[in-house]
Design a protein around this ligand. Structure first.
Ligand code: DGY
Length: 318
C-alpha cells in the first residue's frame, strides 16, 4: 500500500476514507510538526497531506526524501509552501480550492457585521453584567446595508463574499490581478488599483492570496487611502497586514472597526488587538465547518487518488 503521512488530525470521515486506500501515519496528538519531523516523515512516505501550519520552505524542501512524490495540501492557500523549490525537486503539489469558499465567505460576513455592529463589546456587556439600560445613544454601530464594499481579490472566495454582501444591498467594488468577465462581475465595479478601490468604499474585505507582492498590502500608506471611518475585514492571511499600522489606525479611529480571522502570528495572534474594543476577532476559523473540513479532505484525497492512479490531479499546482 502507498504510504501517506497526515500531519494534522482530520475529521473522522476523512481519516476513514484515507485508511481505505493508503497506509496512513497520523500525527494523532495534533501538534504542529517541526521541520525536522516533516523531513523525517518524508523518508517513510510516498505522499504527505499537510495543512497551512506545516511550513515547506526552500530549506525544508531541500531536505525532503527522494521517495516523496506528492504533497496534497489540506488548504486552498499555499503560501506555506515554496512551490518553486517543490517543482524543482519534482514533487507534485495540490490544494483544495472551491470547497471552502462558502464557509470562508460566511466568516467574512460575520466579521463585517460583528465589527460594524460592535458584537464583541455588546457580548462583553452581557457577560460582565455592565449593561445597565437601553438607550438611544448606546452602542451605536455602523450600518452595513447599502454600503460600498471593496473586495481585494475577486477569486472564488471574493466572488462568494460579493454574492452574500449583495443580500445586504451592498454596492460591490473590487480589485483583482485582472478584470473579471461580466458574467462573474455581476455588476461589481472594477478598480485597476488598490488605491482607487480604497478611496471609493466604506468597507473592505481582503480575499487575495498571500504572495511576496501582497505582503503588508495594508500599511500606513494604503490605510491613508481609505476613507475615514472605514470597516476592515481580513479572512485571507495575516501577512497581508502591517499590524502595527492597523492598530494605530484603530486607535485613531481612521479605521472605525476591524474584523480579523488571521494574524501574522498564528497561533496566538497579536495581544495589542485585545486592547482595541473596535476589533472583532476569531482564531482562523474561515473554513472551519464540519461540512467544509470534510469536503477539504475529500478534495485532497481525490487529488492523491488521481495521482497514484496515474492521472492528472484536478488541483495540481506544480
Ligand atoms: C486555507 O485553506 O487556506 C485556510 O486558510 C485554512 O488553511
Amino acid at each position: 500500500m502507498t504510504d501517506l503521512s497526515i500531519t494534522r488530525l482530520l475529521v473522522d470521515p476523512v481519516l476513514a476514507r484515507a485508511r481505505e486506500s493508503y497506509s496512513v501515519w497520523l500525527n494523532d496528538d495534533d501538534h504542529i510538526m517541526s521541520a525536522d519531523e516533516i523531513v523525517a516523515r518524508s523518508f517513510e512516505s510516498d505522499a504527505l497531506m499537510i495543512c497551512h501550519s506545516e511550513i515547506l520552505s526552500s530549506d525544508v524542501v531541500a531536505r525532503l526524501s527522494d521517495r516523496l512524490k506528492i504533497v496534497a495540501n489540506y488548504s486552498v492557500g499555499v503560501d506555506h509552501c515554496d512551490l518553486g523549490a517543490l517543482k524543482a525537486r519534482g514533487i507534485v503539489v495540490t490544494n483544495t480550492p472551491d470547497v471552502l469558499s462558502d464557509a470562508t465567505a460566511e466568516i467574512a460576513m460575520l466579521l463585517l457585521l460583528g465589527a460594524s455592529r460592535r458584537a464583541f463589546e455588546g457580548d462583553q456587556m452581557l457577560r460582565l453584567g455592565t449593561w445597565k439600560h437601553w438607550a438611544p445613544v448606546e452602542m451605536n454601530g455602523i450600518q452595513v446595508s447599502s454600503k460600498k464594499l471593496g473586495i481585494v481579490g475577486m477569486g472564488r472566495v471574493g466572488q462568494t463574499v460579493a454574492k452574500r454582501a449583495r443580500g445586504f444591498d451592498m454596492e460591490i467594488h473590487y480589485t483583482n490581478r485582472s478584470r473579471l468577465p461580466a458574467e462573474l462581475e455581476q455588476g461589481a465595479i472594477y478598480h485597476p488599483t488598490v488605491k482607487s478601490l480604497f478611496e471609493a468604499v466604506d468597507m473592505i474585505s481582503l480575499n487575495c492570496p498571500a504572495t511576496p507582492e501582497t505582503d503588508n498590502l495594508i500599511n500606513a500608506e494604503s490605510i491613508g487611502w481609505m476613507r475615514p471611518g472605514v470597516v476592515f475585514v481580513n479572512t485571507a492571511r495575516g501577512r497581508l497586514v502591517d499590524e502595527k499600522a492597523l492598530i494605530d489606525a484603530l486607535h485613531s479611529g481612521h479605521i472605525a472597526a476591524a474584523g480579523l480571522d488571521v494574524f501574522q502570528n498564528e497561533p496566538g495572534g497579536n495581544p495589542a488587538f485585545a486592547e482595541c474594543p473596535n476589533v472583532f476577532m476569531l482564531p482562523h476559523l474561515g473554513s472551519s465547518t464540519r461540512e467544509t473540513r470534510k469536503a477539504m479532505g475529500d478534495r485532497a484525497l481525490d487529488n492523491l487518488d488521481a495521482f497514484f492512479a496515474g492521472e492528472e490531479p484536478r488541483d495540481r499546482l506544480v
